[in-house]
Design a protein around this ligand. Structure first.
Ligand code: BG6
Length: 477
C-alpha cells in the first residue's frame, strides 16, 4: 500500500466512552444515567428514540452498561496494553453522574472525581494524552425525570457547573476536550443524544431543536470556561460525520443530499462559526418551529466557538428523491441511507467507504478551516477465537488500513488533522445495539451478548499491526 507521511506529533490512539466501558454503574456514589436504562433487545431502539416507560431498570431485562467491560476496575491493565501499542492519546468520556450523581447536586461527588484523577494520572504516566468528552450519551436520570432533560433551559446551568468543576479539577492533566459527543445524534436518537422522552402527540421536532439550542448554548459556555480556566487547552465539538451522496446527478437529488448534510452541519456551523446559519432560520420558518432564545444567547454563541472539529466517521450516506429508490432505506441504521451500489457493507449493514473518509475530511476542512480531529473510526465485526487462542481479524486490518491511507491522502490535500483515535481499541458495548459481539477492538474481551465470560483480555492480530502503524507514524500500513 502507498505510504504517506503523517505530521510529527500526530496523536495516534483509540477512543472509548464511560457508559460503554466502565461498568460499576452505581459504584462510589455514581447516579443512574440514561444509558443505564437501555437494555439489549428490541426495546432498546424504542427507548433510544424517546419512548421510555420506566426510569428504573426493569426486572428480566439485561442492561449491558451496568458491568460493561469493567474498565472501572481494570483500567490499569487496559492502559498498559494501549501503552504497549504505543498510543499517544486515549479518548475517554467522563460520566456526568459520577461527578454529579443527580445532575443538580450542590456539591460534586469526591469519589467520582478521584476516579478520573487516577485514570488521567495512569495515562500520563505512560505518556498518553487524555482527550476528554464531557458528555457522551449519558444524562443523569434525575435530570430527565425532574426537568425533562435538555428540553429545559435549566440543563444549561447544570452542565456549565459540571463542566467548570471538571476543568478546575483536571486543568493540569487534560489539554484536549470536547463538549457533546455526536451532537447531531439528538435528531436521530433523541434519548441517546439528549435524554429526551416524548409524550403522545408532542411536536418532536420543536422539542428537539429547542433542546439543540440549549446544548449549543451550554457548549459555548463550556468553551468559554475552558479557555478561561485552562488557557493552554483546546476544546472541540464532535460531529457524527459521513457525507451524503446524491443517488444521481438529478439536481433534485443533489439538493436533497445538501439538505441532509446541512441537518448535521447545522450544529457545527453554530459551534464553529458562532451563529445560526440562514438555512436553519428558513427551516424553522417552513416547519413552524419557534426556538426560545434568551437575551445574550447570540453573543454567547459568538464568543464560545470551538478550537477544532472532532468527528466520527464510519461510512458515507446516500439519498434520493425517487420514491422507488427510497424504499431501500433500512430501519436498523442510525442515519437513514439508501444503499450505495458501489460500496460493500459491514455485517451490521454499515457502508464501507474509505474514499468517503477523504472526501468528508476535505469537506469539513473546506467549510470550517479549523483543525480536525478524527476521534472515531472503525469496523464493528464478529471475531472468532481459534482453538489455540488467536484472533485473526484481517478484515479489521483491511478496513483500518484503507481508512488511514485515505486520511493520509486528506492530509496531503492540505487538511490539518490533529490525530486519529480509532473507536473501541478494546472491545466494548455497542452503543446502537448493546451487543458485545459487535467488536471494534485490537484487544478482545471475553464476554458475550448475555454477559457471560471471564472478562479476560487477549491481543488480536490487529494489535500488532496497529502497534507497527504507530511506531512508523503511519508509514507501515
Ligand atoms: C458512535 C458513538 O455513534 O458510534 C459511539 O459515538 C458508538 O458511542 C460508535 O459506539 C459505534 O456505534 P456502535 O453502535 O457500533 O457501537
Amino acid at each position: 500500500m502507498k505510504t504517506v507521511s503523517f505530521p510529527k506529533g500526530f496523536l495516534w490512539g483509540g477512543a472509548i466512552a464511560a457508559n460503554q466501558s466502565e461498568g460499576a454503574y452505581l459504584e462510589d456514589g455514581k447516579g443512574l444515567t440514561t444509558v443505564d436504562l437501555m437494555p439489549t433487545g428490541k426495546n432498546r431502539w424504542n427507548i433510544a428514540k424517546g419512548k421510555v416507560d420506566s426510569f428504573k431498570p426493569m426486572e428480566g431485562e439485561f442492561y449491558p452498561s451496568h458491568e460493561a467491560i469493567d474498565f472501572y476496575h481494570r483500567y490499569k491493565e487496559d492502559i498498559a496494553l494501549f501503552a504497549e501499542m504505543g498510543f499517544k492519546a486515549l479518548r475517554v468520556s467522563i460520566s456526568w453522574a459520577r461527578i454529579f450523581p443527580n445532575g443538580d447536586d450542590e456539591q460534586p461527588n469526591e469519589a467520582g472525581l478521584r476516579f478520573y484523577d487516577n485514570l488521567f494520572d495512569e495515562l500520563l504516566s505512560h505518556g498518553i494524552q487524555p482527550v476528554v468528552t464531557i458528555a457522551h450519551f449519558d444524562v443523569p436520570v434525575h435530570l430527565v425525570e425532574a426537568y425533562g432533560s435538555w428540553r429545559n433551559r435549566k440543563l444549561v446551568h447544570f452542565f456549565e457547573t459540571y463542566a467548570k468543576t471538571i476543568f478546575k479539577r483536571y486543568k493540569d492533566k487534560v489539554k484536549y476536550w470536547m463538549t457533546f459527543n455526536e451532537i447531531n445524534m439528538l435528531l436521530h436518537l433523541p434519548f441517546v443524544g439528549a435524554g429526551l422522552v416524548f409524550k403522545e402527540g408532542e411536536n418532536k421536532l420543536q422539542i428537539q431543536y429547542q433542546a439543540a439550542h440549549h446544548q449549543l448554548v451550554a457548549s459555548a459556555l463550556a468553551v468559554q470556561a475552558c479557555h478561561e480556566i485552562i488557557p493552554d487547552a483546546k476544546i472541540g465539538c464532535m460531529l457524527a460525520a459521513g457525507m451524503t451522496y446524491p443517488y444521481t446527478c438529478n439536481p433534485d437529488d443533489v439538493y436533497k443530499a445538501m439538505e441532509k448534510d446541512r441537518e448535521s452541519f447545522f450544529f457545527i456551523d453554530v459551534q464553529s462559526r458562532g451563529k445560526y446559519p440562514g438555512y436553519a432560520m428558513r427551516f424553522f420558518k417552513d416547519n413552524q418551529l419557534s426556538i426560545d432564545m434568551e437575551d445574550g444567547d447570540e453573543d454567547l454563541l459568538k464568543i464560545g466557538t470551538v478550537d477544532y472539529i472532532g468527528f466520527s466517521y464510519y461510512g458515507s450516506r446516500a439519498t434520493s428523491t425517487d420514491p422507488e429508490i427510497l424504499k431501500q432505506i433500512g430501519s436498523g441504521n442510525v442515519f437513514a441511507s439508501v444503499e450505495n451500489p458501489y460500496l460493500e457493507k459491514s455485517e451490521w449493514g454499515w457502508p464501507i467507504d474509505a474514499k468517503g473518509f477523504r472526501i468528508t475530511a476535505n469537506q469539513l476542512y473546506d467549510r470550517y478551516q479549523k483543525p480536525l480531529f478524527v476521534v472515531e473510526n472503525g469496523l464493528g465485526a464478529m471475531d472468532k477465537v481459534t482453538p489455540d487462542g488467536e484472533i485473526k481479524d484481517d478484515y479489521r486490518i483491511d478496513y483500518l488500513r484503507k481508512h488511514i491511507a485515505a486520511m493520509g491522502e486528506a492530509i496531503q490535500d492540505g487538511v490539518e488533522i490533529l490525530g486519529y483515535t480509532s473507536w473501541g481499541p478494546i472491545d466494548i458495548i455497542s452503543a446502537s445495539t448493546g451487543e458485545m459481539k459487535k467488536r471494534y477492538g485490537y484487544i478482545y474481551v471475553d464476554k458475550d451478548n448475555e454477559g457471560n465470560g471471564t472478562l479476560n483480555r487477549m491481543k488480536k492480530k490487529s494489535f500488532y499491526w496497529y502497534k507497527e502503524v504507530i511506531a512508523s507514524n503511519g508509514e507501515n500500513l
